[in-house]
Design a protein around this ligand. Structure first.
Ligand code: HDD
Length: 687
């Protein structure tokens, strides 16, 4: 499907800056046609290069300056264009223009990222994921700069440099890359216990998403919606993926980082190229201003979520990502997000983490993008006009006409002139603030453990086991026994079963006076077991060799395609593979070019020769065993079923092992395979 049909006002604007070199003559940056770009100008064929070789100098100098500093956090990211539409008029709550008219499509640019790793690190690491959305609205750019975890490690922005120093590779040896499994991170956690809640999320499956298309996004902070009448609501933002929330398993994630370090970006890129556009619904939780103190958490505390059972998520719109970037550096790398980019109708609260972010993001772009004119970079330009008296600076592109660049003036009728609120001028919400200057935190931020326990209570047994193993893995990599013990002591305040199991794996003790949280509530929305289940966009690997059962393979592919899933033919060599009756199929991947971790399910068609070859191919057998070990749907027909049972994969629909022994059960088989694929994983095998 052509992405050209998804053009919008932002794309039209970007068109002015796009350059297509195909069919063009090579020139210098000054437009001079170049006669040769393979040989530098020399004094004699074997002589030295001449200083006057302007083409060499320009080419080399530009290359020498190609890199810019990577982001201090969220360095590794990938982005796409799309659009957002609101489902219903939101004027009761906010006057934000892009949330009024369901017929209006607002262009968006969304960048997903990991937090800790550098730009060249791998995708499937254990980490929070960034989820940043730039809405190019008619009232200016609005940025929702969130994560896939609804809470944060710290409560005050002044601690952010400490957190990041502890999380990033240790400075003396720059290890480990893109991982929190090391001493300084866990030392920080144990000594900054407000992090307990987010650590629970980071140790859960949420931190190893199956796809950017299958994770939630959260604005994290409490913001304010303000309507035309000046009435305000506290608001939290959610992105809910239409494909549900799904994760990898840890062993699979680690393998993926070697087999395909670009797994998540490839997944996003390919799904957009294939026209399977990722969709997310925008949800809001709203609390009336007068209910600010009604809850047992402080609405300003970014380490707390609002349980959906207490404050339901109202779904208000939908975002579709339908266009890949043309150039990753120009767009994904140069995009500059900022939680302070707001539009009328959206305002801040006094969340001390948010307040500090409002400073940090412009500051970081100044060094990263080289000066104060980064708003002029094409990807950052609003689609509405912008005018002010700011001038000059590195890389200024706008040519401002006339002598006046100050306010107030009479020479230019006092223009550009501020707008009244009625005319769209931004007016800050008139919150009453008073107090003494203090450097401390409100007592209402003191409860570090109740919501960590709420999260734990909400997990299924399988999810709990994953969390225990994640703690064991991470702390198992920590060298300081003292730090490990401190962490076990800390999480004993969440749940002594959790800390006991972790301690058991690490040879540590749970303190006798732990006094764990007494929180008994749970929230269904927090467990991934309750998410949307669909076969759409799932990828199935079909293992075949010459002599395979063509008809059953063909039918399974059809059933998968009908359900919106995809299949790839995997064999020992590229080219065509022959079916038992001479029919041919093109091979997509070989056992060398792919791996089971790249698929959601595996199918093994029958055909004696094909199965004999697969059985004697170590790579193919490992392929099957790994897929089964990662709880994926495994299916087979005829002779394939025998190989599965030889490998200990017992035929059981409940366990996601779907087999077809006789052709009479055909229809049932294909439907059962697709149904099993919908379940994402078959945890019965774990219990
Ligand atoms: Fe941040 C980048 C999300 C707290 C300082 N942050 C950055 C990005 C995301 C977040 C998604 C990548 C943006 C992109 O794709 O370009 N950050 C969060 C969330 C936070 C948070 C959800 C807590 C609720 N951040 C936070 C604090 C500070 C920063 C408390 C500092 C006071 N964040 C930055 C930064 C970055 C950044 C240093 C690095 C690159 C950039 O801004 O553009 O300014």
């Amino acid at each position: 499907m052509s992405q050209d049909q998804n053009k919008n006002s932002k794309d039209e604007q970007l068109d002015e800056f796009r350059s297509d070199d195909a069919g063009k003559k090579l020139t210098t940056n000054q437009g001079l046609k170049v006669s040769d770009t393979e040989h530098s100008l020399k004094a004699g064929e074997r002589g030295p290069t001449l200083m006057e070789d302007f083409h060499f100098r320009e080419k080399m100098t530009h290359f020498d300056h190609e890199r810019i500093p990577e982001r201090v956090v969220h360095a590794r990211g990938f982005a796409a264009h799309g659009e957002f539409e609101v489902y219903e008029n939101m004027k009761e709550f906010t006057k934000a223009g892009f949330l009024q008219d369901p017929s209006v499509k607002t262009p968006v640019f969304v960048r997903f990222s990991t937090v800790a790793g550098s730009r060249g690190s791998a995708d499937a690491v254990r980490d929070a994921r960034g989820f940043s959305t730039k809405f190019y609205t008619q009232e200016g750019n609005y940025d929702l700069v969130g994560n896939n975890i609804p809470v944060f490690f710290i409560q005050d922005a002044i601690k952010f440099p400490d957190l990041v120093h502890a999380l990033k590779p240790e400075p003396h040896n720059e290890m480990p890359q893109a991982a929190s499994a090391h001493d300084t991170f866990w030392d920080f956690i144990a000594n900054n216990t407000e992090s307990a809640h987010m650590v629970m999320w980071a140790m859960s499956d949420r931190a190893i998403p199956r796809s950017y298309r299958m994770m939630e996004g959260f604005g994290v902070h409490t913001y304010r919606f303000v309507n035309e009448e000046g009435q305000a609501h506290f608001v939290k933002f959610h992105w809910k993926p239409k494909l549900g929330v799904h994760s990898l398993v840890w062993d699979e994630a680690q393998r993926l980082n070697g087999k395909d370090p670009d797994f998540h970006r490839r997944d996003l890129w390919e799904s957009i190229e294939n026209g399977q556009y990722p969709e997310y619904e925008l949800g809001v939780q709203l609390i009336k201003e007068e209910d600010e103190f009604k809850y047992d958490f402080d609405v300003l505390d970014p380490t707390k979520l609002w349980p959906e059972e207490l404050v339901p998520v109202k779904i208000v719109g939908k975002m579709v990502l339908n266009r890949n970037v043309d150039n990753v550096f120009a767009e994904t790398e140069q995009v500059a997000f900022h939680p302070g980019h707001v539009v009328p109708g959206i305002d801040f609260t006094n969340d001390p983490l948010l307040q500090g972010r409002l400073f940090s993001y412009t500051d970081t772009q100044l060094i990263r993008l080289g000066g104060p004119n980064f708003h002029e970079i094409p990807i950052n330009r609003p689609v509405c006009p912008f005018h002010n008296n700011q001038r000059d600076g590195y890389n200024r592109m706008t040519i401002n006409k006339g002598p006046v660049s100050y306010h107030k003036n009479s020479l230019q009728n006092n223009e550009p002139s501020p707008s009244s609120e009625k005319d769209g001028g931004y007016a800050h919400y008139q919150e009453k603030v008073e107090g003494q200057k203090v450097r401390n935190r409100s007592k209402s931020f003191d409860d570090h453990y109740s919501q960590a326990k709420l999260f734990w209570n909400s997990m299924s047994d399988v999810e709990k086991e994953h969390i225990i193993n994640a703690f064991r893995f991470e702390l198992g990599k920590v060298k300081s026994k003292d730090v490990k013990q401190q962490v076990v002591n800390m999480f004993s305040k969440v749940c002594t079963y959790l800390s006991g199991e972790v301690a058991k794996g690490l040879g540590l003790k749970v303190p006798e006076d732990a006094s764990p949280s007494t929180e008994e509530r749970s929230s269904e929305a927090l467990s991934q077991m309750n998410t949307v289940k669909t076969a759409k966009t799932r990828k199935v690997g079909i293992l075949v060799e010459d002599g395979f059962h063509y008809e059953n393979t063909h039918q399974l592919i059809k059933a998968l395609n009908d359900a919106g899933a995809e299949a790839e033919i995997i064999s020992s060599s590229q080219g065509n593979v022959k079916g038992g009756n001479g029919e041919e199929m093109e091979v997509d991947q070989t056992f060398l070019t792919c791996d089971s971790v790249l698929y959601d399910g595996i199918y093994l068609p029958g055909g004696k020769d094909s199965i004999d070859s697969i059985q004697s191919n170590r790579d193919a057998v490992i392929f099957l065993q790994e897929a089964f070990g990662h709880f994926k749907t495994v299916g087979a027909c005829h002779e394939g079923t025998e190989l599965l049972s030889t490998l200990g994969m017992v035929d059981s629909a409940e366990d996601g092992v779907i087999t077809l022994k006789s052709d009479e059960e055909n229809d049932n088989f294909y439907n059962s395979f697709v149904d099993a694929l919908k379940k994402h994983r078959h945890w019965n095998r774990q219990i």
